[in-house]
Write a protein that binds this ligand. Structure first.
Ligand SMILES: [Zn+2]
Ligand SMILES: [Zn+2]
Ligand SMILES: [Zn+2]
Length: 349
């Protein structure tokens, strides 16, 4: 695809500038000129270790015994269980402190449920290597878990996510994700909810429906699409190859997707992860997850279902971006522009 930017964007792409993230209402610093500096780092492709289809030492493989002595069943497609080392616990007594009412020492007990979702019994697969029919079964499990956990009075938000690769702190390469369901809406979805609400009050439309329209007409940051979903490197991306997977229809949550849209979601996840893998010829590490309406019993028409992919790789399988120094103290910053990142992802199979 030929790259043709608007005049003003073309000018901005020559100079340091900041971009606004309308979901978090924060700014990211973009420094395109720094791409010209010489790069001294390693660029050789990472060695790809061939994983076995079954690993007797893996606590997620079928039939193996997990910590605590519980054996996994001989499952054939997906398998869900409560995390043996859960960060949250259900049915806690309500404890709250706020010394002197100043919020200087404020805390409250937080109950919740953490589950693990095995995507496949095959230890050696990834979403990129699975077929769409198998990923569709994973989508069905996400829908079922979102509905089941969300129906609990004590659960007001369900966060579905996947950590992939040792670089993202995932020690087990068996294809799996996690679901954390808790009592309060966590920081980032709460901030996004406020952004959706403020935007709809100001513009009488949906923030992400409008954004989707802009990206489709500009095509600068589009990566690819199918019937029901579209992938862009968002205008405000922080991570080098960050992407946003947008439902084309205004759906408030994963349970609102019809059968065709669920298959489309499986298809877009398979193709996006395969594209990531081919970018640096490696099993691409990332954190991904869905954002959707809280399960507090309200309608939340303002929410637009979407997924974020945050991969850390920058120039090669071995070169990652660190969020350090300026990022920790001031603002996120990136060198490669979102437009260039989208172009590179588009040019992959
Ligand atoms: Zn395994
Ligand atoms: Zn929308
Ligand atoms: Zn989001």
């Amino acid at each position: 695809m030929q790259r043709r930017y608007s005049v003003d964007l073309a000018k901005l792409l020559e100079v340091p500038h900041r971009r606004f993230n309308p979901l978090t209402r924060e700014w990211v610093l973009v420094s395109p000129h720094r791409n010209q500096r010489p790069w001294q780092g390693q660029t050789e492709p990472a060695e790809r270790e061939a994983a076995p289809q079954f690993d007797p030492a893996c606590y997620l493989c079928p039939g193996n015994v997990r910590a605590g002595g519980v054996p996994n069943p001989p499952y054939l497609d997906t398998y869900v269980f409560d995390n043996d080392f859960a960060a949250l616990q259900p049915d806690l007594p309500s404890i709250e402190i706020n010394e002197g009412g100043t919020n200087l020492l404020s805390a409250a007990s937080e109950s919740g449920i953490c589950r693990v979702v095995c995507f496949s019994p095959r230890h050696d697969l990834t979403l990129a290597a699975m077929d769409v029919a198998s990923i569709s079964k994973v989508v069905d499990v996400w829908v079922e878990q979102y509905a089941q956990l969300g129906a609990l009075v004590s659960v007001n938000y369900v966060q579905i996510f996947e950590n992939r690769g040792a670089m993202m702190g995932c020690s087990n390469s068996h294809p799996h994700g996690q679901i954390w369901a808790n009592q309060t809406v966590p920081n980032i979805p709460r901030t996004e909810e406020e952004s959706f609400l403020v935007y709809s009050q100001q513009h009488h439309s949906c923030l992400l429906c409008d954004y989707l329209g802009l990206e489709r007409s500009a095509a600068d940051r589009m990566v690819f699409e199918n019937d029901s979903f579209l992938v862009v490197v968002p205008f405000w991306a922080t991570w080098p190859f960050e992407t946003l997977v947008l439902s084309k229809r205004h759906a408030v949550d994963i349970a609102a997707l019809d059968d065709h849209e669920r298959n489309s979601l499986a298809d877009i996840l398979q193709r996006l992860t395969a594209r990531y893998d081919s970018l640096f010829q490696t099993s691409f590490p990332y954190s991904m997850g869905f954002h959707q309406r809280p399960t507090d019993g309200q309608e939340h028409k303002e929410w637009h279902f979407h997924a974020h992919f945050f991969p850390p790789l920058l120039r090669s399988a071995n070169t990652r971006k660190f969020m350090v120094g300026y990022e920790l103290l001031a603002s996120p910053q990136r060198d490669i522009t979102p437009e260039e990142a989208a172009h590179r992802l588009r040019s992959r199979p």
